[in-house]
Design a protein around this ligand. Structure first.
Ligand code: ASP
Length: 451
């Protein structure tokens, strides 16, 4: 069986909803349908989730929220009208939103989550009603009844592992298509809690893992994952197949096809994830798999992300001092600063961090401690750094890829602030000044895909 998740753009209006229902009905293996809240119809449009956040914030700030409520209801109403089910669904949707609005908003995070979840919840009910209207069998399933138990971290919940069995049991009992709202579950106290934004992807992956699905289809609005950000390069190379590991590396450096946490449940059960386009269902999309069989080049993808900095530490004879790196990292840990990478020389170490994890006030404290506690002679920081990565499983068994990349960047006049390669050898990371980030990505793309 296949678990299918449809994103907000696939549910943004009645026409899109008809398409997703056709997709579900065109393959009897498509048994579980995870839905997002209706997304943007145009570039300027507002997602239903954002309308709900505006409504919650209005109420939290002491306003009646009537205008915001109306905006939410109008979106559902226009979809339901066009599908010919307004009379069947709108009274329940209106009552649901109004009763949520009237809940106590003392705990603003809890209140926000309850309202945010209403986007996917009502969308799932609406889609289920549409299936009934066209005479097809489908059933809405509430995540609470299904056993989607999450930690009580509002807006950033994690799955509790005992959920898997319960979810499988409750879904398998239903003989028809199951329509499951994405993005939220319930805490042990029975409160609605959501994943972080974009979290319907996570719901889909959890259900695919719980049910041991043959594939997790993630339906969105692009034909495939591309080797490079399509905003930077015209007609970028489409990726037919990519491994979880490659995808993870690229996501780290800015690929935003899936929610960051969405691959993990599928990965644990080796369930392939298929990125598909609702607007072009004949396109085969991109397969994310554990082991690749198809290779159409050494490099699979190139990505760049801004917002990094390095803390550069120099000490003569550093390599002789046992435990030196541990002491540095201990100071970072005590100051609650996460670090990302740690390239080193004989007498120097650079610690790469995200800029927002290392604001100037933290820098002052850390530098002082490094000097006073570890007797470090030279410490400097470089800010405004970007990381640029080339990623590909085939790189591990190909000689000279890093050299080719470094040469291409040097010919383009891009200075490399640092170079890093992990044990897996499936990626090489370059640190460049932020202003060179996009340029460096384009130059690397030329080198590996346009020669
Ligand atoms: N509707 C939620 C959001 O906009 C979750 C999702 O679409 O996956 O973040």
């Amino acid at each position: 069986m296949k678990v299918c998740k449809f994103g907000g753009s696939s549910l943004a209006n009645a026409e899109q909803i008809r398409k997703v229902c056709d997709i579900m009905l065109s393959d009897p293996d498509r048994r579980v349908m995870v839905v997002s809240a209706p997304g943007k119809r145009t570039r300027e449009d507002i997602k239903v989730t954002d309308l709900l956040i505006a409504l919650a914030n209005a109420r939290i700030s002491g306003y009646d929220g009537e205008v915001e409520k109306q905006a939410v209801l109008n979106r559902f109403e226009s979809i339901a009208q066009e599908l010919g089910i307004a009379a069947d669904v709108m009274p329940a949707i209106t009552e649901n939103i109004e009763s949520l609005m009237d809940q106590d908003c003392q705990n603003s995070l809890k209140y926000l989550d309850a309202l945010k979840a209403a986007g996917e919840d009502n969308c799932a009910r609406l889609v289920a009603a549409y299936f009934v209207k066209i005479g097809r069998d489908a059933q809405y399933l509430n995540p609470g009844e299904a056993g989607m138990l999450l930690t009580n971290e509002y807006g950033n919940a994690q799955l509790l592992p005992e959920s898997y069995e319960k979810l499988a049991d409750s879904i398998q009992k239903i003989p028809s298509i199951v329509i499951f709202p994405g993005f939220f579950g319930y805490s042990a106290d029975g409160d609605v809690v959501t994943f972080s934004r974009g979290g319907s992807d996570v719901t889909g992956s959890i259900l695919a893992a719980a049910l041991n699905a043959t594939v997790y289809e993630n339906w969105t609005d692009v034909d495939s994952v591309y080797s490079v950000n399509p905003a930077l390069v015209r007609n970028p190379h489409p990726v037919a197949e990519i491994t979880y590991d490659e995808m993870r590396e690229l996501a780290y450096a800015g690929f935003t096809v899936l929610h960051e946490e969405a691959l993990y449940p599928a990965y644990t059960k080796s369930i392939p994830v298929n990125i598909r386009n609702t607007n072009n269902p004949l396109a085969r999309g991109t397969m994310i798999v554990r082991n690749r069989v198809n290779f159409d080049g050494i490099v699979t993808g190139i990505a760049g992300a801004k917002g990094f900095c390095t803390l550069n530490i120099y000490k003569y004879l550093m390599n002789r001092e046992i435990g030196f790196a541990v002491k540095i990292l201990q100071i970072l840990a005590e100051e609650c600063i996460p670090f990302e990478h740690m390239p080193s020389g004989i007498d120097s170490i650079s610690i790469v961090m995200r800029i927002n994890a290392f604001p100037p006030e933290k820098e002052r404290i850390v530098v002082k401690r490094l000097q006073e506690e570890l007797g470090i002679e030279r410490v400097s920081t470089s800010r405004n750094l970007a990381i640029v990565m080339i990623v590909g499983e085939a790189m591990a068994r190909t000689v000279g890829v890093a050299a080719r990349a470094a040469t291409a960047l040097s010919k383009a006049g891009v200075n490399l602030e640092l170079i890093n390669q992990g044990a897996s050898e499936i990626s090489v990371m370059f640190g460049v000044r932020e202003e060179y980030c996009n340029y460096a990505v384009k130059e690397l793309y030329k080198e590996f895909f346009q020669r």
